[in-house]
Design a protein. Sequence first.
Length: 56
Amino acid sequence: MSEAIRKCNSCGIPLKDEKAVEFNCPSCGNMSIGRCGHCRDQSAKYHCSQCGFIGP
Ligand SMILES: [Zn+2]
Ligand SMILES: [Zn+2]
């Protein structure tokens, strides 16, 4: 079995932070988007590679 390493969609670091969150794209709902605690604090933008949605 292989398990993909979740990474922050904004800064690319692995999501091992306990404040990290993961959610589906609010636009298309198909893309799982991860954000680390740091980027949540910063309200960093994320980008859905499936539909092109950009947002906090
Ligand atoms: Zn991040
Ligand atoms: Zn999307």
